[in-house]
Design a binder for this molecule. Structure first.
Ligand code: AMP
Length: 186
């Protein structure tokens, strides 16, 4: 199936509207004052999910990457679908302690405290072009840490993709010089 077959209105406006109509806003989750953007309705709707995945692939070109890195946990679902559709492999970036040895890790600052993310060492070949995928770009801290981890292992990141970008939180600026592609920016 080509992107055109599955995405009759694959233009940016069509994709943005599709995403907007399949995201559930949940006030005060997981804590008071957070407006949680739940992408699960998009994933639960087969044609909408396929259209979103095809749209993400089209933004980079099906030959624009050799492997997809997905960020725990919703990023795994998107990265696996993109990888399968394009015939490439998928590599998870996980919270500390979830992956068996040997791993590389990096720490980053959250609003309160620190977090550590990990990926398997020696899993990427130096010549592989990497697409990094997550569901939501908020402050950009998670993506920034992931990009640092990939830099640490000498990876060539050729694309960064999210379903939804929350523009007010400044994530896009935080991960420069990498450019992020979002199906919808609010
Ligand atoms: P950040 O590091 O601030 O860019 O946060 C990104 C990570 O947290 C992503 O993996 C998102 O899944 C999750 N996240 C942050 N804010 C939200 C939100 N308002 N709604 C849904 N997920 C969010």
């Amino acid at each position: 199936m080509t992107a055109e077959d599955a995405v009759p209105d694959a233009d940016a406006a069509g994709l943005g509207a599709l995403v907007a109509s399949h995201i559930r806003d949940v006030p005060d989750f997981p804590s008071q004052g957070i407006l949680f953007r739940d992408i699960m309705p998009l994933l639960a709707d087969g044609p909408a999910f396929a259209t979103a995945i095809d749209g993400m692939i089209a933004q980079h070109g099906p030959d624009g990457f050799d492997v997809v890195v997905g960020i725990e946990a919703r990023g795994f679902l998107l990265a696996a679908a993109i990888a399968y559709a394009t015939g490439v492999g998928v590599i998870p970036v996980r919270k500390a302690g979830k992956l068996p040895p040997h791993t590389v890790s990096t720490a980053y600052t959250l609003e309160y405290g620190e977090a550590v993310i990990e990926m398997h060492a020696n899993t990427l070949h130096p010549a592989q072009r990497v697409l990094v995928v997550d569901d939501v770009l908020a402050t950009g801290g998670t993506l920034e840490a992931t990009l640092r981890l990939l830099e640490q292992v000498g990876a060539e990141v050729t694309g960064v993709s999210v379903i939804l970008e929350l523009a007010d939180l400044g994530g896009r600026e935080r991960i420069r010089p990498h450019e992020v592609q979002a199906l919808l920016t609010v």
